[in-house]
Design a protein around this ligand. Structure first.
Ligand code: PMV
Length: 369
């Protein structure tokens, strides 16, 4: 007789922060030094899809990323996320109903795919850990929906509770469990139970807002976010004032801007926070540089576009933001997408004959929350 295999597939999108997370106060639990806020891109071509299977016949827990098996290091992030999910399965499901299969004691086979090139330098750990957490949680019946073999994923009863687990895989992953506009509240507890993601507004709230992703360099980044933010916490004076005097008021101002669909405020705060994040990187000793000449040219182009627009109409038209790499994400409203793409293509003509995802400039696509 074959032992049953339980299986769930879940998928989660990439998110791009407007208020940046940079700095941990607890590196094991992944507790941040400041709250952050992001937009989840609902575009279909920027997602991770993860299938988790559980069977008493699996001899060990295994993981494949884009079809290649990875080593699961004991005690490392993935291992800790899975331990947390097993504990929740046992306490919330198995201990309450002794008739359910003891999946918490069985091994898992997990296969995760990114439908965008992992080498594109776009945040893949956020969507990856969010999809993994969502799929194992659904497999373990940690949501309101009945569990059965080969069920497909439905949104969990409480995505904020799952965000506590995804956070321990990669901080920014906690925000990818929600669509739309998402805050990661830093919390106060040393155990991290209040460091979770909440939805500020759903994707339907501001349908005209779009994100244009400009891949400037598709190579792997120089300094990983994990190593970079630790160096910043240890050496940057500027980070201290950012945490204390800047981020708290920006969190409330940008939340208000989002709720009011006030693009001018949203754009200004987003650009200022990207700038301060990169200033904090420069203030790290030795300094960390994520922006390159093309990134800085994009900042100059958007700044000039906004200057001309403010002169003519009184309003900003675009906001740039950069994570731990040179690639730009430009937020704008629908009516300006064409202008911005044409402007960027004037400065950085795309060689459409070249193979995709080489190191030349390219426009990845237009997403929206
Ligand atoms: O979650 P991590 O370790 O990949 O860190 C992400 C850090 C930034 O992308 C630079 C900022 C953010 O809030 O997403």
């Amino acid at each position: 007789l074959m032992s049953p295999v339980y299986q769930v597939t879940a998928s989660a999108p990439v998110n791009i922060a407007c208020i940046k997370y940079w700095g941990k106060r607890d590196t094991t639990l992944i507790l941040p030094t400041n709250s952050s806020l992001s937009v989840t891109l609902s575009q279909d071509n920027l997602r991770s899809t993860t299938t988790s299977r559980s069977s008493s016949s699996f001899e060990k827990t295994r993981l494949w990323l884009n079809g290649v098996e990875e080593v699961i290091k004991p005690g490392a992030r993935l291992d800790r996320c899975l331990a947390e999910l097993r504990r929740m399965r046992k306490e919330n499901v198995e201990d309450k109903d002794p008739s359910v299969p003891k999946l918490s004691t069985w091994n898992l086979h997990i296969a995760s795919y990114n439908n965008f090139p992992t080498a594109a330098g776009l945040a893949s750990s956020a969507s990856g850990f969010a999809a993994l957490t969502a799929s194992v949680a659904a497999l373990y019946g940690l949501n309101a929906f009945p569990q059965h073999p080969s069920s497909s994923y439905s949104p969990p009863a409480d995505a904020s509770q799952l965000s506590l687990i995804a956070r321990q895989g990669s901080g920014s992953a906690c925000r990818s469990l929600f669509g739309g506009f998402v805050a990661w509240e830093m919390g106060k507890d040393s155990n991290g139970r209040d460091s979770l993601a909440i939805q500020v507004a759903p994707e339907s709230h501001w349908p005209s807002l779009h994100a244009l992703i400009c891949v400037v360099n598709s190579g792997k980044k120089g300094t990983s976010s994990t190593a970079g933010m630790q160096e910043t916490v240890l050496t940057s004076e500027l980070l201290k004032s950012r945490i204390k005097d800047v981020v708290p008021s920006r969190m409330s101002s940008i939340t208000q801007a989002i709720l009011a669909k006030d693009f001018d405020s949203f754009a200004k705060i987003t650009m200022q926070d990207s700038n301060q994040f990169h200033a904090v990187c420069l203030d790290t000793f030795p300094p960390i540089f994520y922006l390159n000449d093309v990134s800085r040219a994009i900042i100059a182009i958007i700044t000039e576009l906004n200057r001309v627009s403010v002169e003519a109409t009184g309003h900003l038209v675009a906001a740039y933001t950069f994570d731990a790499g040179p690639n730009a994400v430009i937020y704008t409203e629908s009516e300006n997408i064409k202008t911005i793409i044409q402007l960027l293509l004037n400065y950085f003509p795309i060689d459409f004959a070249a193979s995709p995802f080489n190191d030349s400039f390219q426009l990845f696509g237009v997403g929206h929350p």
